[in-house]
Ligand binder design. Sequence first.
Ligand code: ASP
Ligand code: MG
Length: 807
Amino acid sequence: MKIIKFGGKSLANGDGLKQVISILKNKHQSGEQVVVVLSARGDSTDRLENILELAKNGKSFSEEFRAFKEYQLDPCDNICLEEEFDLLERIFEGVQLLGDYSNKVKDKVLSQGELLSVKVVTILLKENGLKAELTDTRKLIITNKNHGDAQPFEAVSRKNIRDHFKKLEAGAIAVVTGFIASDQEGETTTLGRNGSNYTASLLANYLDAEEFQNYTHVNGIYTANPEWVHNAKKITHLSFQEANELANFGASILHAKTIVPLIEKNIPLRILNTFNPENEGTLISSENNGKGIKSINVINDVTLVNFEGQGLLGKVGIDARIFNSLSRENISVNIISQGSSERAIGFIIKTADAARAKETLEQEFESDIEKKDVHGITFNNEVVIISTVGQDLKTFHNAFYSLVKNDIEPILINNTLSGKNVCLVIHKKDLRKTVNVIHGEIFGISKRVNIAVFGKGLIGGTLIEQINESREKVLRRKNIDLNIFAISNSKKVLLNKDGISENWTADFDKKAINYGLEDIISYTKKHHLENLIAVDVTASEDFVYHYTDLIENGFDLVSANKIGNTIDYGFYKDLREQLRLNQKEYLYETNVGAGLPLIDTIKLLHLSGENITRIKGVFSGSLSYLFNTFSVEDISFSEVLENAISRGYTEPDPREDLCGNDVGRKLLILARELDLISEFGDISIHNLIPENLRNGEVTEFLSRIDELDDVYHEIKEKQESNHVLRYVGDLSGDLSREDGGLLEVKLESVPGDSALGQVKGSDSIFEIYTESYGEQPLVIQGAGAGAQVTARGVFGDILRLAEKNNK
Ligand code: ASP
Ligand code: MG
């Protein structure tokens, strides 16, 4: 025999009730023997409680009562519920007259919810051609007189139940009231809110049921609330012990008392969904897979009390006075935290108790407050507790680190010595973000990284395509979900918290809106987006001034834009200070040598104490192509330049490459990586454009490029034999001194068989000389320009940030 229980939401008018009847019909037809325990339907218990309060306060309740009755009558045409309605009406009128009611009266009223429920369901079953019999548990379950939270007397209740169900007609579905019972004098009692589960598990115990099936409105127990956490997972199996732990820490499906009668008789409990009966739900049984479960639960309606006083230092008995006075008022204290300085103590109580707690504490400490030994007792109800069951502190560091990275500062943190449970008290406003971040971390489920791409030009566009193509793979291999939630150009932004689609270009044209940076920031807050990364693939100087704003609002930065690293040193320094203060990161691997792993290598060498003595190389892909070709082919300089332009190797105005500034900027970035305090103006740059062609329109320059031919022909001819021309950046000098760097950008003639001389095509090359490597430099060489490799490099930086601290 199985015990089946349906909760209030399952029994609500409409779909719910229909499902319940159909589930029971199926069970009956397949020959299953069932006893069905019911809650009150919909939110009937709350409604009754509400009407009682109205009556007590002398307010009119007729409208609410009428609606209540209508709700009860809705499912069947020929049903008579007058008896229950009459009783309720008489009680409500009495309460209105007296202006008060007792817990005993309240139990009598609330019990009608369950009584009405079984009546309705029994009739519906009969209408569907099924045999059904109604059982009123007030005649069977006998409790003490603790109204509102009564405790059953075991022996007598067991006997009554067994005798009763023995007599029940075979083949009939027993429809039983949950929640309600009576004391030894026959007065109605209730087992506490959500008590129907308890009724059902008692019945399971007394009748030696083979299983207890608890039909709810959810698919089972989850690792976190699935409405908040998009990748919350259903827990398919729990041990009794684990379930008990969950029940204690706020998983509302389980009444704390429910588990015990089941453990005693080793009866499995299955959490099922009335609205999705095919789903196998969560099974709770004595089996323990030894792995342990983890689940995140939220405890609402709590208040943080902060008790502060300089005069408390070393005083004995303060804590005792606090808790004694609270316990006199029957106020239970949840989390407690006190520092070793003993100057302040913080603890959590139920918000419903806050007013009474304030009164009691102020009374208790009246004279201490007067003497200023106690400074203040503050109450904050804008907090919630997040409890992670199955989690110990030892392995909580990743989650904690992630919280801090996401600008969530727990107010209190607390772990239990026995049992695995870490509790955090946090600000209510951070709730959803916190649950998501912790969930991602402790389950190693995918970690969602939310990316805003600023700049949708060639590199930005390529990057977005690359991320879209790899998203699935990165998710599978690394457990990282790369979610681009914003794409913008200088005027408009396309926003979608769930990620932009493959048709983002068309969407941008249709849906992008005008924006200021603050709009994007408030969007991230509104939607609780975590793990934020801002990607700067603009070439804009203005945008760089937004970096600090982004950092302060929770973003890490990735940039292909060199400007942030090459404007004045003051900005450079300040940016790093902001990063440090906000514990944020800024990666810009593509600033030099595009995707080549250059900056990271230099950073590591430098950090590990390796003395870098010189960095030299061909830093520009376009100029590399120009001189590589010109040096070995019998061709004029202008012809090579024209080829480079037509292949898209240069900027639209090739003078931007030829002037050497871009190489200079890259050199400056490398110098600053080595902690040299250098400015752009300190660099000696050989400008490749003859002076008379430096100004004026591009078109004019392009029409006169053959004027360059003589200049470079002469330079080429004058070289030693087997030498070639290379346009190099060279950082030398005494690099151990902040101001000892020599920064030069120049055209050099080098032996054709040297490292620099052998560079081909449009490759870049970097020679890094260090003390330990001696004469032989570390060489990094390869494609150092182009949208594909640059975007790939930016992507690499994004992954590096995303992977930080990932398991
Ligand atoms: N109807 C009662 C309540 O709402 C008991 C239950 O649903 O389990 O608390
Ligand atoms: Mg690079």
